[in-house]
Design a protein around this ligand. Structure first.
Ligand code: CA
Ligand code: CA
Length: 195
């Protein structure tokens, strides 16, 4: 939760403090910028979160997902046999910049032949706030036998950690066909499989 303080221009007194449920994760080291749009609305961006349009009550009108630490895999996923680009966020921790996130909210596939974005996946804002995004996204062998490679990743809800439900209902494997169709999304395991 972020707090934005609004000050009067005359005497710089704080006359209002707004709470915003942003994706910055309350990182104390994040750097923020605010751009007023009109009397009631402003843009909020930070060095770790998504771009948000908010009003003075803290309501978020829209959010634009952050794509950072870009990592690209070349693999044939769509179109002709030309290699395509799977665009995601790197998961390698940069020791010099702990501001960098290590998960993907968005993944993109760019068709190697047309150079156009073939499809993209964007995790819903509320789900991203809870789960921190997709981890370990990578291309895998062709599992739906359409002649193209496919993609796998997982989501893990931090609320599950340490609560005895680390591999609970909300923590899921997600597999995409190379063409963007979700092939399955299911818990990594469940009680019966433990047994
Ligand atoms: Ca291709
Ligand atoms: Ca396939």
């Amino acid at each position: 939760m972020e707090k934005v303080k609004i000050v009067t221009i005359d005497d710089l007194e704080v006359y209002k403090t707004i709470s915003i449920n942003s994706t910055s994760g309350g990182s104390s080291s994040a750097v923020y910028s605010v751009k007023p749009l009109d009397d009631d609305h402003f843009l909020l961006c930070s060095s770790v979160g998504d771009l948000l349009k908010c009003n003075l009550t803290g309501h978020i009108f829209w959010n634009y997902p952050r794509l950072n630490n870009l990592k690209i895999e070349r693999v044939d996923l769509v179109g002709n046999s030309e290699l395509d680009l799977l665009v995601k966020s790197s998961e390698e921790r940069n020791q010099d910049s702990y501001l960098e996130v290590t998960n993907s909210r968005t993944i993109l596939v760019i068709d190697g032949e047309t150079k156009e974005i073939a499809w993209s996946y964007e995790m819903e804002y509320d789900e991203y706030l809870e789960s921190d995004g997709l981890y370990n996204v990578h291309a895998i062998d062709d599992i739906n036998s359409d002649g193209k490679n496919d993609i796998i990743g997982f989501k893990q809800f931090s609320a599950d950690w340490g609560s005895g439900d680390e591999y609970g209902e909300k923590t899921r494997l997600i597999a995409f066909s190379g063409d963007g169709t979700i092939l399955y999304e299911k818990p990594l395991t469940n009680d019966s499989e433990y047994n």
